[in-house]
Design a protein around this ligand. Sequence first.
Ligand code: BDR
Length: 312
Amino acid sequence: MKHVFSLLLACLALCVSLPAMAERAKILVIPKGVRVKYWQWVEQGAKRAGHDRDVEIIFRGPWASDDFVAQFGILKAGIEEGVDAIVIAPNHTSYSAELLEQAVQKGIKVVLIDSDMEFEDRVSLVASDNHFAGKQAAEHLISLMGGKGTALLLHYAKDNASTMAREKGFLDAASERGSCLTVVEAEEAGVSAGTAYYATMEAFVSNPYISGIFSPGESTTIGALRALRDMHLNGTVKLVGFDFTREIHEALVEGSLNGTVLQSPYQIGYLGVMAACDALEGKPVEKRIVTKTTVVVDPENMFREVEALSGQ
Ligand code: BDR
C-alpha cells in the first residue's frame, strides 16, 4: 500500500511540474549589424528582458549594418527553426518584408525595433523619434554655426529608415533657416567609420569652407571625427553626431565633437522583447513605443544621461 501511495505522489509531482518544464518561448533578436557598439547595448537590454520574462533569447545579426542579404538569411533560418517571436531592426526598408509576412502567417509574432520598414503586421515599432532627433541635432549645430555658413550632411545609407528620418529632420530644420545656411550633402557616407572618413574628406575637396557637419549615426560620427583630425580642422569645424562610444566621449571632452544625440539602445532591446512576450501571452501592445533621445553637449553629464536613458 505504501508503494502505491509513493507512486501516486510521484505521478502527482510529475503532473504538477510538467507545465513548469514546458519549453520556454524562443525569441530571435536580429540587429542591423553587430559591427558597432550601439547593437551591443540593444543585445544587453534584450537579454535582460529575456531573463525577466523567462524566455530564450537568440541574438544573431549580420556584421555590417547594410548587409540586408545576410539579415534576410538569418531571418529565414530563424523562421525555419520555429522561433516563437522575432524582434528585428530592419537594415532595409523592404527587402525582408515578404519573409516577415510569411512568419506572421506561421503564427510568429514580429516586433520592429530602431528602424521602420514597409511591413504592416508588426506587433509594435520600438524606436527613437528619429525625425525629431534629427531636428534636435540640427538646431544645436545651426546655433553653433551662428545660423549661417555651409553645413555638410553625411547620408548614412539609403533604405535605412532610422538614419534617413534623422537626415530629413536635419534638412527640414535647415530649410527653416532660409538662405543663411547652405547644406551640402555627401550621399552614401556608408555604415562604417572608414567610408564616412572618405566621404568627409571628399566633401571638403569641393567645399573647403564647410563650417559644420551633421552625422546621423555612430560610425559616421567616428569617421567624420577622424577626418577632421587629419585635416587639423577638429574644434574649428563644428560637428554634431549620434550615439555613444568611448571615442565619441573622448572627442566631446577634447572639443573635437560639439554634441551627440544619445538614444536608448538598452531600452530599445528591452522593450522590444517585452512587447514580443506580451504579444505571445495575448496581452495588448502599443503599436508605437517611442524611446527617449537627448542632445548631450557637456561630457560631464554624458554618463549620467546614458544611465538615465538606459534605466527609463
Ligand atoms: C546606428 O544605426 C541606427 O539604426 C541606430 O539607431 C544607430 O544610430 C547604429 O549603427
